[in-house]
Ligand binder design. Structure first.
Ligand code: SF4
Ligand code: SF4
Ligand code: SF4
Length: 260
């Protein structure tokens, strides 16, 4: 019987999310017996135009070439899964959307005319239909494996919609906001990381992006009560997930707020 074919494509990104596949270790060898990995540049096979059952996409759309390439991938793929903050929200490079890309290019590069780029960095779902999104910066191996097993078993993958706080409490970690007054973003952040930062006594910085139904206005007041200025709070929203709608709206509101 023919094995399902999968591809892992890279767009504008740091390659960190693709490593979630390589972190499978020996399980990757088991996986390679069950599926044909037909395109995965980091691992070896190169066939970007192959027709596949599942295409994983890392990275955002930030160049004219990427805008065109993603359309071909959608045409050639039965199921498309985006992985990581770059692919699901535009990534940290979407900070360019808040400024003037052309002016920044002139300020940074000696020969900006030789660089082909778009003025924005945007999520894959802004360009094509995406079947499932996996949040994180980077995503983790369990998320990847669970999504692939679901699709191979003809079940739609699902993800918990909880906030990091719930995961943190379930795992019994000490709250760094309550005990140390640290500005932890857990109350507004999507779960999936296993509350990694609180597990080592650090505040969450929201790399998994906004959870569903977040009350960013109330959370802003809470951060304010911890002594953070509007500018500091805005920076927390406009960080790795700066282009995710809930965080973008909250951050921009603070940036444009009139001083009393
Ligand atoms: S989401 Fe983070 S880890 Fe993944 S490719 Fe983008 S920058 Fe790298
Ligand atoms: S440490 Fe952060 S994520 Fe954990 S309960 Fe406290 S605020 Fe929530
Ligand atoms: S705790 Fe927050 S910052 Fe740390 S890995 Fe999880 S989502 Fe990312």
């Amino acid at each position: 019987m023919e094995k399902p074919r999968i591809a892992i494509h890279k767009f504008t990104s740091c390659d960190g999310c693709q490593l979630a596949f390589l972190h499978l270790g020996e399980d990757l060898l088991d996986l390679a017996e069950k599926v044909d990995i037909v395109h995965f540049v980091e691992m070896g096979p190169i066939n970007p135009l192959a027709k596949v059952d599942v295409a994983y996409i890392e990275g955002s759309i930030s160049t004219p070439e990427e805008k065109e390439r993603i359309q071909h991938i959608r045409t050639n793929s039965r199921y498309v899964i985006t992985i990581g903050a770059c692919a699901t929200a535009g990534g940290i490079q979407a900070l360019r959307n808040l400024g003037n890309t052309q002016e920044w290019m002139k300020a940074i590069y000696a020969t900006p005319d030789t660089i082909s780029t778009l003025n924005t960095s945007t999520a894959i779902s802004d360009h094509i239909k995406v079947d499932f999104e996996i949040y994180g910066c980077p995503v983790n191996t369990q998320q990847i494996l669970a999504s692939l097993l679901s699709v191979l078993n003809k079940v739609n993958p699902t993800a918990s919609k909880d906030k990091v706080c719930l995961e943190c409490k379930r795992l019994g970690y000490t709250c760094v906001m309550v005990t140390k007054g640290e500005p932890c973003m857990g109350p507004v952040t999507h779960t999936g990381c296993g509350a990694l930062c609180p597990s080592v006594g650090r505040a969450c910085y929201a790399c998994y992006g906004p959870a569903e139904n977040t009350n960013t206005a109330s959370f802003t007041q809470w951060l304010s009560s911890l002594g953070l200025s509007d500018a500091e709070i805005a920076r927390r929203f406009l960080f790795i997930q700066n282009n995710a709608p809930a965080f973008k709206e909250a951050g921009l509101k603070l940036r444009t707020k009139k001083k009393p």
